[in-house]
Design a protein around this ligand. Structure first.
Ligand code: AMP
Length: 127
């Protein structure tokens, strides 16, 4: 696997503090913040602090500590936002776009956490 990380992407700038964000949670290896153009009442982006392009880059090359921290932080975000079914919430959808077919806009791995309203089926049938 070969990925080249562009350190001028907007999330890299957020991580360096060059651009503000609405932080939901910050841990040792992970940052979660509100999406600037929310598609649902809850729309949080969870990103690793490390330089990973997408989900398979992160899953393949991140350390166990980074992966565990990311997973725990994601669960905590769902609890904070009140969408965790295990905590009485109505649920959420976790989406990560990678590459051209998925229309990934920002080349720093991020997980969208969407909720707060019924989200419909996973994919539109429209082509
Ligand atoms: P994707 O298409 O999966 O790469 O999604 C990128 C997401 O980043 C979109 O939902 C954008 O609204 C969001 N986004 C872009 N710039 C910012 C920013 N400065 N702060 C928060 N979210 C952003």
């Amino acid at each position: 696997m070969s990925y080249t990380y562009d350190d001028q992407n907007i999330f890299a700038k957020i991580l360096r503090g060059e651009i503000p964000n609405q932080t939901v949670l910050e841990t040792e290896h992970t940052l979660a913040f509100n999406d600037i153009q929310p598609l649902a009442p809850v729309h949080v982006l969870v990103i690793p602090k490390g330089a990973y392009v997408n989900h398979d880059h992160f899953s393949s090359e991140a350390s166990d500590a980074e992966i565990a921290d990311f997973a725990r932080a994601t669960a905590e975000v769902c609890r904070i936002k009140g969408v965790s079914p295990g905590e009485g919430g109505n649920g959420f959808r976790a989406i990560s776009n990678a590459g051209i077919d998925a229309v990934q806009e920002v080349p720093h791995f991020h997980l969208h956490i969407l909720g707060g309203r019924p989200l419909g089926r996973m994919l539109s049938m429209a082509k």
